[in-house]
Design a protein around this ligand. Structure first.
Ligand code: NAD
Length: 367
């Protein structure tokens, strides 16, 4: 297969972890006989420095015309002034909007050997394998009106939580479809006891259940979901939720896996790429980690697993994605760790250990 992949290293540890993702994709291409054309472009703080904007036009065009995008991270103290007219995260938000990426997928499956890295008791974590799907382009983050105004002599602020049926339906379809390849259960999270937009959300998701008779659907209020995510995380399979609730719950879910550095994400939309697969943006969930940037010690696993998601969702290469995921599992099982997981391997050493495990059994992968 021939595919075009846009690489966006970004800021801080972004370029360090992205180099790991690139090496993995190159090795997979070589092993499985594919040709991946990969080009790097600017985004975030480095783009502001070089071009005065967080999302330069050539970056956007490259993302639009390629089959998939792999991103490191954006931001850092240098660009943190909240009053600045241009900010690094505008690059990421702009890209999601321009590419119409309405669904954010975050898998959480702690490795058995890393259960003690989480603050939760290990017995709660043993069977955890969940996928949070967050609606990404609607809800209170984009609803209008959104403004400051003066009422009776005092300042007032308003945000609007708004969802239309079609916005709910398209992300819910994805949740039901992905649940079919997993444990066939969808937990839809809302606040239907209070919010009208949540009542529409629940009604819409419920009305779709008949199209997926093989998938179990349950509804949970967001306050209960936040609690159950910590008290019985292993009972969830696909957790579907809106933009605001998903923002909070995905961060909460990340503590189940021990280190932020381990977790991957995919943002998908309706548009398809040249391969007739969903176009997507793939990135680790962590930020630019300025405290360790430049030291070469960042954990590359989140980015490498994001590359696996890229192979699966945007290139349709399931075996290749599994080969990457299995190699990550083997490397951890064999005791290889970066400092955030209590080890001493550098980013590139960890990456080499993972690549060395492609297509070989666990015992052979011990180097
Ligand atoms: N998607 C993104 O690009 C994104 C996401 C979150 C934060 N940010 C930005 O990143 C900057 C730093 O934010 P923050 O400190 O709140 O979050 P962060 O995720 O960058 O770091 C939080 C902590 O986790 C550690 N960490 C993160 N990734 C790691 C990895 N791969 N390996 C080892 N340790 C890792 C860091 O060293 C730090 O101690 C800010 O400018 C923020 O706006 C960007």
């Amino acid at each position: 297969m021939k595919a075009q992949i846009t690489l966006l290293p970004g800021d801080g540890i972004g370029p360090e972890v992205l180099a790991a993702g690139k090496s993995v994709l190159e090795s997979i291409a070589q092993k499985f006989g594919h040709s991946f054309e990969m080009q790097e472009y600017l985004i975030g703080g480095c783009a502001i420095d070089a071009r005065g904007t967080a999302l330069p036009e050539d970056t956007l065009q490259a993302c639009q015309s390629s089959d998939a995008v792999l991103l490191g991270a954006v931001g850092g103290p240098k660009w943190d002034d909240p009053t600045a007219p241009v900010r690094p995260e505008q690059g990421l938000l702009g890209l999601r909007k321009e590419l119409g990426l309405f669904a954010n997928l975050r898998p959480v499956k702690p490795h058995p050997d890393l259960l003690d890295a989480s603050p939760l008791r290990r017995e709660l974590l043993v069977e955890v394998d969940l996928l949070v799907i967050r609606e990404l382009t609607g809800g209170i983050y984009f609803g209008q009106p959104r403004e400051r105004r003066s009422v009776n002599g005092e300042e007032q602020a308003v945000d609007t939580m708004i969802y239309s049926e079609s916005e709910v339906r398209r992300v819910a379809h994805l949740a039901f479809k992905l649940a079919r390849g997993r444990k066939a259960k969808v937990t839809s999270v809302d606040k239907a006891n209070v919010l009208e937009s949540s009542r529409l959300w629940r009604q819409t998701v419920s009305s779709m259940a008949g199209d997926y008779p093989d998938v179990v659907l349950e509804h949970l209020l967001v306050d209960a979901a936040a609690m159950h995510l910590l008290t019985r995380p292993a009972t969830f399979d696909v957790m579907l939720t809106s933009n605001l609730f998903g923002d909070i719950l995905t961060d909460e879910a990340s503590v189940l896996s021990g280190s932020m550095g381990n977790l991957s994400s995919a943002s998908l939309g309706e548009s398809t790429n040249n391969l007739n697969q969903p176009k997507g943006l793939f990135e680790p969930i962590h930020g630019s980690a300025p405290d360790i940037a430049g030291q070469g010690i960042a954990n590359p696993i989140g980015t490498i697993l994001s590359a696996a998601m890229l192979l699966r969702h945007s290139l349709g290469l399931e075996s290749e994605a599994r080969a990457v995921e299995d190699a990550v599992q083997s490397a951890i099982s064999n005791g290889y760790r970066t400092p955030d997981l209590g080890g001493s391997l550098s980013t590139s050493q960890m990456t080499e250990k993972i690549i060395a495990g492609f297509g070989v059994s666990k015992s052979e992968a011990v180097l």
